[in-house]
Every structure is written in structure tokens, then in C-alpha cells.
Design a protein. Sequence first.
Length: 532
Amino acid sequence: MTDLLNQRLQQLASPQHIALLGQGLRGVERETLRVDRHGQLAHTPHPPALGSALTNDLITTDYSESLLEFITPAEQDIATALQRLDEIHRFAYARLGGEILWNASMPCVLPPEDEIPIAWYGSSHIGMLKHVYRRGLALRYGRTMQCIAGIHYNFSLNEGVWDVLRENDKEVDASVSRRDYQSERYIALIRNFRRYSWLLMYLFGASPALATNFLRGRPQHQLATLSDDTLYLPYGTSLRMSDLGYQNNAQANITPHYNNLPAYIRSLAHAVSEPYPPYEAIGTKRDGEWVQINTNILQIENEFYSSIRPKRVIYSGERPVQALSARGVQYVEVRCMDIDPFDPLGINLQAARFLDVFLHFLAFDDSCLTSDQEGTENRANFMATVKQGRQPGLQLQFKGRAIGLREWGEQLLERMAPVAELLDRQAGGNAHRDSMAAQRAKLADPDATPSARVLREIRAAGNSFPGWALQNSTAQAEQMLARPLDAAQVADFTAIAQASLDAQREIERTQTGDFDTFVAAYRASTLGNISV
């Protein structure tokens, strides 16, 4: 443990400060495809019984009309958020009309590209803007890639924690504001995340195989054949996060700087305003219909695929970078977590407890400034882990020197141990230390990792990833349906769904002007609070 980490933990362990550790916020966003009982992508519209995908804060769609997204409120205890996620699942399952949720990150056997339905949000201007944005994603990246599912984990510390650290930070100039200090500490957390997030891919990666037709006949790939319908990497952990998943030539030129918030904002602001010739060749309209919001490297900031993002809740009339610039970083969104196929929610409480330990460690540990050279090293470590993470003796690079994945992972867990102890002291019990013990077991035995277990079960199911995932998802659907919500809970969710439908209709009834003017206003950032 570094002296700085030890110092900060001691400060927060004092009786007057320790309660602050239990007052941060956690939330989960979980993506999942709707499929029929044969494992085919559902082509049915978003179920009206789930409410409006445009205005329901708990249940929406992501890229495809078939890709549900469940969103929990932010809670101080992640167990409370996961309980709400469980309730959302149980409500949804009872209203899917026999469809089930595909509980894996890599999709089912998909239909032809042009048959994958793009999400529809109604006829309002904002609904059409969300739809057009997704049309743009289809043109830029293909619809197949947009059917990948994951877990997003939202994490913040109570602002009082940053106050305690700032008061005792000898390197901080007195002129640095509270807001700027908090923002720079979150950016420092992100720097550490990029250094060490390979560990999450080893411990929680759960997508070592995919359906053959996901590659759409691409001849050049590094995957081995398990069966006619399944390709895999023998030591892979997360094909979802490999270059077979989220990739794009235009985005390869985006290199956000994580040494301070203004540099990060400038990088994204450039990407959302810089034209990209191949997109310019397409244009924004085809046969009079909008096909993308603009022809820039990014249509909007959220198009940038990153394993972690600094975030701020936006106000009326703001774009995300404007909110960050005006009020600083409020929380981080971790985006690299695979769906856990062995838990119907896609994530379990033990994993979430470890994420809390990991993110607190990243926030409190020293975080030196980074460089382009280190960025290259970080990316290489991440990609080596997603493709070869369980390979015996795998070597990563740290500051130009080789180090074994297992050795480095054990070192990191050892440094995190006092963080887990402090979080347990604040919360009571041993949940965080137990989560650490479970991860140590995975480092000691690669066969204990989720990716290894997935491959074992696929082989036992006849070497078919689609067959195994369907069997697994069907069993979990039955488990959920066997646990219906009580009448009061059903009434609560039904009221939320109905209110969202009413809200969408009201937006459509009261809007004025035409869509072209609306898009122009959005580009000029003069609209109200919009998330697309």
C-alpha cells in the first residue's frame, strides 16, 4: 500500500468521517435482448405494458427495438439497487408474451443486418432524434455490433469524502475550487482504471465464445472453431470488449487525454464537431429521410465507446460536455462489465461489492499523470487479457517491464485489502472482504473464472454457444416467472408504465415546428434536456 493510500484511508477511518463512505451512490444499467423461445431475435415492438421507451426511467431500449435496457435508481447501497433491478426483471418477464431475455453479452444467431429492428420512440421530434441517431450508428458500425449487451455500473463518492481529502492534500493549491478538486480526483480515478481495468476482464469477462454468424462471413479473425455455429478463443475472457466487438476506424483517431478534465472535454468537443469524410460522403439524408444527425466523427458525445466515462447529470439546454465544463464530474460510469450469464440479473451482489472496493481503491490510490506511451501499454494489457487472459504464464507490461498477469493481480488485490476492510468496518459484516476472497480464488485458478465456466458449459451443451445460452436463458426465465411481484409492486410498476405512455403522448400532442428545425436547434445546443 502506498503512503498516500494509507494516509487517505486513515483520514476517512476517523469517527467523524467514516460514515461518509456509506453515502456515495451506485446504480446499474443492464442491457438484454428479447428473443423468442427458439432463440431467434424478437421482431415484435417494445411491449406497451412496459411503458414508453422514450419516457420510462426504469425500462427503455438501447440500440435495437429488441434490446431492452433496465435502469435502477441511484442508491447508497448497491444491494438496494440490485433488489430494484430484480423487481424490474420480474415485472418485465410477466409482460413479454412468451419471449425471454437473452442472458449473455454476445447476441443470439441474428437475422440479416437489414432485419435487425432499430429502436423506435414515437413520432415526436425528440423520439425521432433518438431514432435517427441509431440509424447513424447502423451506418457507421453495422446493426450486428449494436446487439451486444453489457452492464454499466454508475459510481460516485459522497462529496464530503472529497472535502476531507482536499483539506489534507498538501499538493493542492488553495485557489483550486471544491468542484475542480473533485473533478480532477475523478479523472485521476479514470487514469487508474485504465491502468488496471484488465483485472476486471480477467475476473468477470464472460464472453469467450460467439455465434458464428456474428462475424457475417468475415474471413480474417483469430477465433477457433468449436462447432458449426460457434467460434471461440481458448483462453479468451471477453470477446465483447475485444476488437471483434466495439470497434470503428473513425473512433480510432479519438485519443481523449485523461490528465485533466479540460483536456478530456476538448478531445470530445473536437470529435463531435469535426467532419469525417466517409460520413460526409453518406450525408445526413437519403431519399429525403434523415439517416444520421450529422457527419462528424461522433454524432454526440455518447457515441464514443469507452470502458469508463466521467459523467454529470445534464440541465435543460446542455450537452454532456457542457455540463462537465460548467459543473465538473459528478460520477463515473464503468462500461466494460460483461453480462454474468449465471445470474438472471446479469450481475450479482458479490461482483458489485468487489467493484466498490476496486473503485474506492482507484479513487484513493496515487495516480500519476499519463502519457501516450502509457496509453498504448494500457490498451495492450487490456486487449491481451480479453483475448488470452487465462493463458498460463501470460505476461503484461507495466512501465515497460514484463509482469505476469497473476502476479500483478495478486499485488493489486493485496493493495486493495485495506480498502475492503475499511468499507466493511463502515457497513458492518464481511461482504467486501468476502468479495475479495472470491477474486483471489479466480487468480489462483483460471478454471474458476466465469469465462472458463462458460466454455465448460458450452462444451457440455454440445459445443453450441447459441444452444447453451438459450437453454440457460430459458431456465432463468422460468425462475423469474416463478417469483411474481406482489399486487402492490405490480400496481406501482404499472402506474409508472402508464404515466410514461401518457407523457409520450403529451410530448407528441404539444410539440411545434418541424423536425429539420428541431435537429438544427439540437446541433446548436438550444434544446431542453435531451438524452439520445
